[in-house]
Design a protein around this ligand. Structure first.
Ligand code: 5GP
Ligand code: MN
Length: 339
């Protein structure tokens, strides 16, 4: 379902308000990029604005303008609770269910604040008052650009905001390799370049800042932890807590690892199972018509997009992997005929 309340949202943000921008746990480039660009915009519109995230963002985003003002619920819990309590409007950016804020989500749901969604995932939860929910777009960052444009405020965009939005679009499309078959995405990118961004430099900041241990963890994942089931068109990587500890895992270090499993010819679905703090974090990726959103939603209590989804499971690492393997026969025909 595609839902756009641009006009209604414009009416509700016409007067200066206390606005809290929230984004999902394990925040990625789009979550942080979209939130920070929106933060700058709403500040320029004279709102009192705060960005809040459930847990820390990865280091490769720590150069984005405004990130020093982000509140992290797991670290600054009391301050975050106060911000949630006093907000007139709470925006959900780049996720579609307050469950994805963990404990902070429960606090948000208890408030009377107006709750507004700006997101591109499938199947939004019903608990939002207003929605911009468009799945056929590259990223939440592109939607933030669309929102600013729809408000007639393109003149308020600056280079810093353009950098944030560019990072969101680049990271959510795998550097323009999926979710980007839209002319409009490239027209938006052109506008961001017009605002003075240096795309080559941004690529270096986002992709060429690995620590040695991150690169070695990637090598270990591919060389020792990858299983390829050619006959099922599936491949998966399993990382235990011990693996992560051995390579001094830092938040963001496994970002992109699952894509290597999908890059094998004939492999149409790939998974990464990662044991972290007694939770099994699962990442699914697929090619073409095979929907990993459906797979994650129906069997693992997660969700996402058609070609990129995830879940957090409380089953053991072994049980979670086995569940995936046992499901593959059910999807044999779909996986064989991906288009
Ligand atoms: P990643 O594998 O990069 O963590 O996530 C891929 C996509 O799936 C992202 O769009 C993310 O928002 C979504 N996703 C990841 N984990 C979960 C989850 O536990 N629940 C839901 N509903 N979506 C998730
Ligand atoms: Mn996104």
């Amino acid at each position: 379902m595609e839902n756009t309340d641009f006009k209604n949202i414009a009416d509700r943000v016409a007067r200066p308000s206390r606005i809290l921008i929230t984004t999902h746990t394990n925040p990625d480039g789009d979550a942080i990029g979209a939130s920070l660009a929106f933060y700058s915009y709403l500040n320029k519109k004279n709102h009192q604005v705060q960005v809040m995230i459930p847990d820390q963002f990865p280091e490769f985003l720590a150069w984005l303008p405004g990130c020093e003002n982000i509140l992290v619920y797991s670290r600054e819990t009391e301050q975050c609770k106060a911000e949630i309590q006093s907000a007139d409007i709470i925006f959900a950016v780049d996720y579609n269910n307050f469950e994805r804020l963990n404990e902070a989500g429960i606090k948000v749901l208890e408030t009377n604040a107006l709750k507004i969604l700006i997101d591109h995932h499938l199947n939004p939860a019903p608990h939002f008052d207003l929605k911009i929910s468009i799945s056929k777009t590259s990223s939440a960052s592109e939607l933030i650009y669309d929102f600013i444009e729809a408000m007639g405020d393109k003149h308020l965009l600056d280079k810093g905001m353009a950098e944030c939005l560019y990072v969101g679009i680049v990271t959510d499309t795998g550097s323009f390799s999926y979710s980007c078959n839209y002319v409009k995405t490239y027209l938006t990118i052109a506008e961001l370049y017009r605002l003075g961004i240096d795309g080559e430099y941004i690529h270096r900041l986002v992709y060429d800042t690995y620590s040695e241990s991150r690169l070695r963890l990637l090598g270990h994942s591919i060389s020792d932890k990858l299983t390829v089931l050619h006959e099922c068109h599936a491949a998966y990587i399993v990382l235990s807590q011990e693996d992560l500890d051995h390579f001094n895992y830092q938040i963001g270090d496994t970002e992109g690892v699952v894509n290597y499993a999908l890059s094998i010819k004939g492999i149409n679905v790939a998974a990464l199972f990662m044991e972290r703090d007694n939770i099994i974090k699962v990442s699914f990726r697929s090619k073409g018509s095979f929907s990993v959103d459906k797979l994650a939603r129906e069997h693992f209590g997660g969700g996402g997009h058609r070609n990129a989804s995830g879940a957090n499971c409380t089953t053991t690492l072994k049980e979670t992997v086995l569940k995936f393997i046992n499901l593959l026969p059910e999807y044999q025909a779909d996986l064989k005929s991906v288009y």
